[in-house]
Every structure is written in structure tokens, then in C-alpha cells.
Design a protein around this ligand. Structure first.
Ligand code: COA
Length: 373
């Protein structure tokens, strides 16, 4: 029998051509392209196309892809009605999970709707879904989610959230964060999507399950928890004291550490530059960045741990005026491209995912009669 590995650590659970985490070599690559080159030379829509189609689009393909995503922003009225009924107290990730599942009832996968169409539909409309609910829940308004003046997902999200055209640098920072969040091989939510797919279930079920996996603070929910952590401290000195106390209590510090990376998360270096850039524009931003950098120093010194993508992403999102509970839904909007690529890959060479366990229960025993229990 194969050896047990808690949390499947170090287990090779499948093959993929979508992405490789190569910490020693070129860092993270999507279909062979290094992530730092993608953030320099491509946009999120290029990357989404790359993940879903295997190659980067040319100029005409990119234009057509952007237009097709734009045409998929509006939501069916039955979905809007369902979103209107979700209470304002709900967590936005529950809204995403419910909205995705509801869309699967209204626009099911079948003969007239294939997996590629569903992937594009979800990429195109997840931003509309969360912000339609957000505007109803926060302000009681039923927003027009189409926002024709914005061609990109990042622009659409920020414009729809704030009701006005965003700053170019905010649009760019969000676009970069979408590229960084898009794909990460066999992370927990992607593995969930692949496991559901392996039973020959439908596309929406796989994505809905993946949203549930992403919600937890050990995975996608860490970006919200990281913001809460940074906001706890007024100064860098306070942060140092607070983190030392937390470490003494053996608390996990959100936004640090990683299952696969052991030295550094290359995505963090890229987003940190944007966090500093956006934070430098205000006193509040400068304070947040100083606090964050001190937390990073203390974590390196005390635990030899490094920030992961979620840590400085939190500052980027906060500086773009995005409410903290919407941080993990942003992760969904991006990672759905990676999930979709993996669902398609799993389907193309499927075998049901069904590992075995090491039994740790009582030895075999006889069932006593009812009056003897
Ligand atoms: N804060 C404090 N200590 C941490 C830590 C953190 N964020 N991450 C790991 N460690 C410590 C663990 O306590 C453990 O120490 P020990 O050997 O003394 O018990 C050691 O580092 C190994 O960590 P472990 O939890 O076994 O790693 P894992 O591979 O099972 O978990 C994470 C990886 C990402 C879940 C974990 O690092 C974590 O919980 N990080 C915070 C949540 C987070 O940011 N998630 C987003 C990931 S992109």
C-alpha cells in the first residue's frame, strides 16, 4: 500500500499542461510562459485566452475575445431576482457560490451550450454577479451591469463598483492581480474542480465546488484575512509587537507561507511593487505599507516565512477602494479561467479521482443487541 501523506503533501496527483510551479527555475509558468513576462507584456484577457485555448491570442483574436466577454456581462432576470433575495449579511463568497449554481439551472450545460461557452460566460459575468448583489445589498439599487464604456474585466469591475471610470493605474493594478491569480496547478480549489469533473459531473458543479474550496482562509480567503491583520495595527512598531504575540500563541499569520513554495512566492514580488505604488499616494496607504513591510520582516526573522500573493494583494485592493469582503470574489473572477482549463484537461483524459485512506478506527467488533448498548 502507498505511503500516507497528510494533506496529500508531496503527492503527484495527476498530470497537467496548464501550469508549472518551478521555484528553482523560472518561477511560475502558464503554458510555458513565465509569469513575470505575462504581467509585463499581456493583459488578463490574453492570459484567460491562453489558459483556455492553449496559445496567446493575436490582435484580432484578442479583440474578438474581449468583445465576446463583454457581450456576456448581463445576467438573466431570474438570476437577478435570486441575487436580490440573498440577505445583505451573506458573505460575498456565498453569493458567488449560489449565483454560479443558479446560473447552472438557468443555462445548463448540454447540446446547445458546450464547456467553452460556459467558461466564457462565467469569466464574462462573475463580476456582474457579485456587484449586482453588492449594490442591492448595500444601497438597494438594481445596477445596470453592462458598463459599455469598459472593455476589460478589470475596468468593468471597478467602474461598476464605484459608478465612475476608474484611474488607469487602478485598472492596471487590478489587471495584474487577475493575471497573478489566474492559475496555480493543483491548488485546493482546482483539485476540487478536477475531482468533481472526474465523476463526469457538469461544469457548473465543478466551479461551484471550487468556489466553496476557495472560500476558506487557508486558501483564497487569506486575502481578506490579511487585510484585517494589516488594519489591526496603527504603526509598524505595533505590528511587530502584535505579530510576536500571535506567533507566541502559535497563531497562523494570514498571507504567509505556502504548501509548494519554500523560499519565496514569485507572485508576491510582482504585486508588492503595485501595492507600494498605490499606497504611496496617501498617508493611510503609506501606513498600511509600512505595517505590511514590518510584518514581512518579522515573519522572515522569526519563522523564515515569506508573504504569498494574498498579502500585498490586500493592499492593492484596499487602495482601489474595494471593500474587503469582495477580495475573495475577485480571486474567483480570475481563477475561474484556471479552473476551466483544468476541467477541460481532466475531461480530455479522465479517470475518476478516488484515492484510498489509511484506516485509524477501532478493530473489527460484533454489533451488540439494542438492550446491551
Ligand atoms: N503563520 C505562522 N506559521 C506558519 C504559517 C503562517 N502563515 N504558515 C506555515 N507556518 C508554520 C506552521 O505552523 C508549521 O510550523 P511547525 O512545523 O512548527 O508546526 C510550518 O510552518 C509548516 O506549515 P504547514 O501548516 O504544515 O504548511 P502547509 O503546507 O500545511 O500549509 C498554508 C500551507 C498556506 C495553508 C499555510 O502556510 C498557512 O496556513 N498560511 C496562512 C494562510 C494563507 O496565507 N493561505 C494562502 C495560501 S496562498
Amino acid at each position: 500500500m502507498a505511503e500516507f501523506s497528510k494533506g496529500l503533501a508531496g503527492i503527484v496527483a495527476g498530470q497537467t499542461s496548464v501550469a508549472i510551479i518551478d521555484e528553482e527555475g523560472g518561477g511560475l509558468q502558464y503554458r510555458g510562459y513565465p509569469l513575470n513576462q505575462l504581467t509585463e507584456k499581456a493583459t488578463f484577457e490574453d492570459v484567460a485566452y491562453l489558459l483556455l485555448h492553449g496559445e496567446l491570442p493575436n490582435a484580432a483574436e484578442l479583440k474578438a475575445y474581449r468583445a465576446s466577454l463583454k457581450a456576456k456581462r448581463d445576467l438573466p432576470s431570474a438570476l437577478k431576482e435570486a441575487l436580490e433575495r440573498i440577505p445583505a449579511s451573506a458573505h460575498p463568497m456565498d453569493v458567488m457560490r449560489t449565483g454560479c449554481s443558479m446560473l447552472g439551472c438557468l443555462e445548463p450545460e448540454g447540446a446547445d451550450r458546450d464547456q467553452g461557452a460556459i467558461a466564457d460566460r462565467l469569466v464574462g459575468c462573475f463580476g456582474s454577479m457579485i456587484l449586482y448583489w453588492h449594490h442591492v445589498a448595500v444601497g438597494g439599487t438594481k445596477a445596470d451591469v453592462t458598463v459599455d464604456s469598459e472593455d476589460t474585466l478589470a475596468g468593468h469591475f471597478l467602474h461598476l463598483l464605484h459608478g465612475e471610470a476608474p484611474l488607469d493605474e487602478h485598472r492596471k493594478a487590478l489587471d495584474i492581480s487577475f493575471i497573478l491569480y489566474a492559475e496555480h496547478e493543483f491548488n485546493a480549489s482546482t483539485f476540487t474542480a478536477r475531482t468533481i469533473t472526474s465523476t463526469l459531473s457538469d461544469f457548473y458543479s465543478a466551479v461551484t465546488g471550487a468556489i466553496g474550496a476557495l472560500r476558506g482562509p487557508l486558501h483564497g480567503g487569506a486575502n481578506e484575512a490579511a487585510m484585517a491583520l494589516i488594519e489591526r495595527f496603527g504603526t509598524a512598531d505595533e505590528a511587530e509587537k502584535g505579530i510576536l504575540e500571535s506567533l507566541k500563541k502559535k497563531d497562523k499569520i494570514m498571507g504567509f507561507g505556502h504548501r509548494v513554495y519554500k523560499v519565496r512566492d514569485p507572485r508576491s514580488d510582482i504585486i508588492k511593487v503595485w501595492a507600494e505604488k498605490l499606497a504611496s499616494g496617501s498617508d493611510e496607504g503609506k501606513r498600511q505599507f509600512e505595517v505590511a513591510e514590518r510584518i514581512e520582516q518579522v515573519m522572515r526573522r522569526e519563522k523564515d516565512l515569506f508573504p504569498n500573493l494574498d498579502f500585498y494583494s490586500a493592499i492593492v485592493y484596499n487602495r482601489c477602494g474595494i471593500p474587503t469582503p469582495l477580495f475573495t470574489p475577485l480571486f474567483v473572477m480570475s481563477r475561474v479561467t484556471g479552473w476551466a482549463a483544468h476541467i477541460m484537461e481532466q475531461r480530455a483524459d479522465n479517470r475518476i479521482i478516488r484515492p484510498t485512506s489509511e484506516y485509524a478506527g477501532p478493530a473489527v467488533r460484533d454489533v451488540p443487541a439494542l438492550d446491551q448498548r
